[in-house]
Design a protein around this ligand. Structure first.
Ligand code: 13P
Length: 261
């Protein structure tokens, strides 16, 4: 049995509506009812958090509720932003920070991402720090430098005592929404590099406890091979998480891999 419980997140991004999101959540809950050995979470758009929370609660599901982003201030004149306190009020348990679309479409920088991650971890929730190189960076052979920098700056001033609530998602930008996945070996190499960086920051013992998950065009047919890699502890799923059957299949693959590690 793996020391690290596999984690699979469904990042719905800016998709679904109240009806389709509710149907999706019901499908995920029903599909995972008898599945153990995996921590599963869904990350719906902000306006549907309460609706999805009540579906998860009504059915007594262990599926966690996540948010796709957060602002680092508690309250005040920050039009359009959503604080951690508001999210906790809506039942959020986990928060994505530094997703590649926030970095590359919305222009977020490492320093802002660090403030957000500190807010989440200091606030007692699980923070999923997303890192990953662009295609140009990979072609230049810079993937390890880029991921190391994103991990180091993302975790600045975060003490080891909070690290049990950290998940790192390796999501190569060129693999997100493109149908191109990293090979299991390339992904494993990147995860091993990230774990060494975590080890330099927090020591080998703590680094060995941190879950590092893969994201980027992850589909059920590739999941088992991906999760069989020693440093791949689950996945962050975009497109395939919009189909309950596919998401459940990926969660089951993670649970099975965790049991045989
Ligand atoms: P896709 O699975 O659609 O490539 O998205 C991955 C992702 O960005 C998850 O956060």
């Amino acid at each position: 049995m793996a020391e690290r419980k596999p984690f699979v997140g469904g990042n719905w991004k800016m998709n679904t509506n109240r009806t389709s999101g509710s149907d999706l959540a019901r499908g995920v809950v029903d599909g995972l009812l008898t599945v153990d050995g995996v921590e599963a979470a869904v990350f719906p758009p902000f306006p549907y958090l309460l609706t999805i929370r009540s579906i998860l609660r009504d059915r007594g599901s262990s599926v966690r509720l996540g948010a796709q982003d957060v602002y680092f201030q508690n309250d005040g004149a920050f039009t359009g932003e959503v604080s951690l306190a508001m999210q906790k009020d809506c039942g959020v348990q986990q928060v994505l920070v530094g997703h590649s679309e926030r970095r590359h479409v919305l222009g977020e920088k490492d320093e802002l991402i660090n403030k957000k991650l500190r807010t989440v971890l200091e606030g007692g929730l699980v923070g999923v720090l997303c890192v990953g190189e662009t295609l140009d960076e990979r072609l230049a052979g810079h993937q390890d430098i880029v991921c190391s920098r994103q991990v180091r700056t993302g975790l600045a001033e975060i003490p080891g005592s909070m690290i049990d609530r950290l998940v790192v998602a390796y999501e190569p930008v060129w693999a997100i929404g493109t149908g191109k996945t990293a090979t299991p070996q390339d992904a494993q190499d990147a995860h091993a590099q990230i774990r060494s960086q975590l080890s330099r920051l927090y020591g080998a013992e703590l680094a060995a406890r941190i879950r590092i998950i893969y994201g980027g065009s992850l589909k059920p047919d590739l999941a088992a091979d991906m999760f069989a890699q020693p440093d791949i502890d689950g996945g962050l799923v975009g497109g395939a998480s919009l189909n309950a059957g596919d998401f459940v299949a990926i969660c089951k693959a993670a649970a099975a891999a965790g049991k045989s590690k």
